[in-house]
Design a protein around this ligand. Structure first.
Ligand SMILES: [Zn+2]
Length: 359
């Protein structure tokens, strides 16, 4: 069979391969490269086995790669860059890492053991937020300091409100816990109900899919796998609570961060400090709590990683209640701590509560 000479089509395809080098990773050009190689290497009409033909095509490819390398900065030639995500605090950062996996680069503004209620952003935060594509926030009034930071940074990131679709717990009038927020305002600590966290994860997944559709399947699969773990966690918490005698399901925590946990799992929480760590309890608030602990024979008080422990030690010594340990409400710990991830945080909290209230 007589071999056909190279046609215009082949040079057109070579141009597409050059384009592939320029826009490496996009499916269209990956496909062009495959067609080019298929046509030249597999089509029996073209004798590519001859040494000079082989050498010629190798040279063509080399020229293509060299041209693309010379034109483009190194970063554009590597794999598609990771989606840059900024989360306001450590718990949201953990959700984002679980959904995004290795396709995202997650940073948090308020890191482990930090207090998201009273954060003061730095110049480096403004720089980091300017480079982010997604900013994940809790909403419900938690990050009062954020809007000014986003505005001053000149960020064009999409803001994702992770609590979107969650029924907020309203702070009731007359609650001792409501001095810092008016009655009727929302309690921001919605992640303390594990069922709510599944909604957080769904919102984060949808935002990542919209921002980076090329990796949609990965985000969906990661989110489903993580939500299955959350469902198992929710079942485990319910089982642990069920083993605590009903009359002993009462807990004193420093700031009122467990309202959603209390509602979801039927444990009574009382906190002298209100829903934010921002305000100090008055002497009258503390006297009321002390009276309540004595009247209701509340067995244990708990410390927090984001609150000053002295108040709870004082309450414990005046009431005879035991210090039940540390509960983690608003912030994870570092890797070597008791609560380095959301799931470990919830497991630690329920273990600590159950053992303090057991007998
Ligand atoms: Zn809080």
């Amino acid at each position: 069979m007589r071999k056909k000479p190279l046609s215009f089509r082949h040079f057109k395809q070579f141009g597409e391969v050059l384009l592939f080098q320029l826009c490496r990773g996009t499916p269209t050009h990956a496909d062009a490269r495959r067609r080019f190689h298929f046509d030249l290497a597999r089509d029996p009409r073209h004798d590519i086995s001859r040494p000079w033909t082989k050498a010629f095509f190798r040279l063509l490819i080399l020229v293509g790669v060299a041209t693309a390398s010379a034109i483009l900065p190194a970063s554009a030639q590597q794999e598609a860059p990771k989606l840059k995500v900024m989360a306001t605090f450590s718990i949201l950062g953990d959700f984002a890492r679980n959904v995004g996996g290795d396709r995202v680069d997650v940073m948090t503004l308020v890191g482990p053991n930090g207090d998201v209620h009273v954060y003061t952003p730095t110049a480096a935060d403004a720089e980091a937020i300017r480079n982010a594509r997604l900013v994940i926030v809790n909403g419900l009034g938690l990050e009062g300091w954020l809007p000014r930071l986003v505005e001053s940074s000149g960020s064009h990131a999409t803001t994702v409100v992770a609590t979107h679709g969650i029924a907020p717990r309203k702070i009731a009038a007359g609650e001792i816990l409501s001095r810092d927020h008016g009655a009727g305002s929302s309690d921001p600590h919605a992640w303390q109900s594990v069922a709510n966290s599944e909604i957080y994860v769904a919102n984060i997944r949808d935002a990542m899919v919209a921002a980076d559709p090329a990796n949609a399947a990965t985000y969906r699969a990661n989110a489903s796998a993580y939500q299955a773990k959350l469902q198992a966690l929710d079942r485990d918490v319910r089982e642990a609570v069920a083993r605590i005698p009903a009359e002993r399901r009462k807990v004193i925590s420093t700031h009122d961060a467990f309202g959603y946990f209390a509602a979801a799992y039927d444990i009574t929480f009382v906190a002298p400090q209100g829903v934010s760590t921002e305000t100090e309890p008055s002497a009258r608030d503390i006297a009321t709590i002390i009276a309540q602990i004595k009247n209701e024979k509340i067995p244990a008080v708990f410390l927090e990683n984001v609150s000053d422990p002295r108040l709870m030690r004082q309450i414990a010594s005046e009431t005879g209640a035991a210090i039940g340990g540390t509960l983690y409400s608003d912030s994870l710990t570092k890797e070597n701590g008791e609560a380095p991830s959301y799931i470990e945080m919830v497991r630690h909290n329920i273990r600590t509560i159950a053992s303090a209230l057991a007998n």
